[in-house]
Design a protein around this ligand. Structure first.
Ligand SMILES: [Zn+2]
Length: 210
């Protein structure tokens, strides 16, 4: 899930979040730079942050992140879907517990929604929705694990899921209809795992948060 960004002068920033003690590189590959230390030939992080690889000088350092911006288990995240996988989504985090986050971190969440995810399907009469997720959808999740320095979130609860999205067909505004959203412009409907407060007003509340 980690993404490497190339900078000028042969420097690379890997956006995988590193914790103190995490292995970054071997000393044969990179020298130990700022916020790192060496143990048995392994360069390790001494801070919370992301790796900054200088290929010219073969040195790795850590760009420190504010600890307050790193999510904890139980935190509520809001962000947009940046990547889709077969049964997972990657969410670029914009808000942690309603506070704007510029950490550049992403969370991963399963798109498998159980019946107990705040939706009750009457199996005999109601078809089970096939929820569609799209890049750009604004999603709320809750952190349940930080295993392998990755943020794992769930969207499987009534107040979790897509809080707002634009119409995939025409880019128009959408409104919630039970387990789906409908475009107010073209009328297209898509099944979505929506949060109980889905709507533009919810997104606007977040946009006001600094
Ligand atoms: Zn539309």
């Amino acid at each position: 899930m980690s993404k490497v960004t190339k900078l000028k002068g042969l420097r690379y920033v890997d956006d995988k979040f590193l914790l103190p003690g995490d292995h970054i590189a071997y000393i044969e590959e990179f020298e130990s730079g700022n916020n790192t230390y060496e143990v048995d030939g392994s360069v390790r992080s001494s801070a919370l942050g992301t790796g900054n690889f200088d290929f010219k000088y073969r040195r790795v350092s850590i760009n420190r992140k504010n600890v307050a911006t790193f999510p904890k288990i139980g935190d509520e995240l809001v962000g947009y879907i940046e990547m889709l996988f077969s049964s997972m989504i990657s969410i670029r985090i914009l808000y942690i517990n309603n506070i704007k986050s510029d950490s550049g971190l992403s969370a991963i969440a399963s798109t498998k929604i159980s019946d107990s995810g705040g939706h009750h399907f009457r199996r005999d009469r109601e078809r089970k929705p096939r929820f569609v997720f799209r890049v750009g959808d604004i999603v709320r999740g809750r952190v349940f694990s930080l295993m392998n320095s990755s943020v794992h979130a769930t969207i499987n609860d009534k107040n979790l899921g897509v809080v707002y999205c634009l119409c995939n067909n025409c880019g128009g505004d959408t409104v919630k209809l039970n387990n789906s959203v409908k475009c107010v412009e073209c009328g297209m409907t898509e099944d979505k795992k929506v949060s109980s407060d889905f709507g533009k007003q919810t997104l606007n509340l977040y946009l006001k948060n600094k």
